[in-house]
Design a protein around this ligand. Structure first.
Ligand SMILES: [Zn+2]
Length: 242
């Protein structure tokens, strides 16, 4: 995005609580062009004789749009839903909805059958216990599903010369997944509530970070090669409730 031999001025624009850094350059064009790049940098190409004040007025008008673009990947996080863990409540597994049915039984267990999550508990009024039972069920199934999907995604990654990753799981509040420099990918247990094609997207996204850490153009290109329809999956993932 930065062309050789070009003078680039750095400016910043305050918008609400946000500070937007702008890279401004002047060129032969009639109108102002604002671009937000995948690495979140913002560039402005302005007509040669345009005044700085006018540029800022226009940039300020576009600030909500700029912030929306910048936040594109920050929305890569779960939407929490209020949970009471009582009969009749809806819970998700692999993108499908199931109703809770809490039933009194001395031996505790969880079964998924038809449209229902049957929670057998010695005290059906103990919502904390219901929550623990259900979460344990999710983590057991997450282990199984994530490992299977990880195998499939790793094979695709291998074709694109991405180093083989390691996998681990845990409960995370703010993220679907993350990766470390030493090649370990962590997936949020809650992700098992999302459809399989969205789970694959999170895995593929994190695997691609092992080769390219930031969301720049090369990252997008690599992700598109590994998973051409990733944007559709990402859109669906944004609607997943946990
Ligand atoms: Zn990322």
């Amino acid at each position: 995005m930065i062309r050789a031999g070009e003078t680039i001025e750095c400016h910043s624009l305050d918008f609400g609580r946000e500070k937007i850094n702008l890279f401004l350059s002047f060129c032969k064009r009639k109108t102002l062009r604002i671009s937000v790049h995948p690495d979140k940098s913002v560039t402005i190409d302005a007509p040669k004789n345009m005044k700085l004040d006018d540029i800022f007025t226009l940039a300020r008008k576009r600030a909500p749009w700029i912030l929306k673009q910048k936040n594109y990947f920050e929305r890569f996080q779960p939407l929490p839903a209020a949970r009471n863990y009582i009969s009749g409540e809806t819970h998700y597994y692999l993108g499908k909805q199931y109703r809770l049915k809490v039933i009194k039984q001395n031996k505790s267990s969880v079964k998924l059958r038809g449209q229902y999550f049957y929670i057998y508990s010695s005290n059906r009024n103990d919502v904390k216990k219901t929550e623990t039972l259900l979460n344990n069920w999710y983590s057991v199934h997450a282990n199984k599903i994530f490992s299977q999907r990880f195998e499939i995604c790793s094979k695709i990654a291998k074709k694109h010369k991405i180093p083989p990753p390691k996998l681990r799981f845990r409960k995370m509040l703010k993220r679907w997944g993350s990766c470390t420099k030493n090649g370990t990918i962590t997936l949020n247990y809650e992700l098992v509530k999302a459809p399989v094609h969205c789970i694959d997207y999170v895995i593929m996204h994190e695997i691609c970070h092992l080769k390219i850490p930031s969301h720049n153009k090369q990252f997008m290109t690599l992700l598109s090669k590994c998973m051409p329809d990733w944007e559709r999956r990402k859109e669906r993932l944004e609607k997943v409730l946990v």
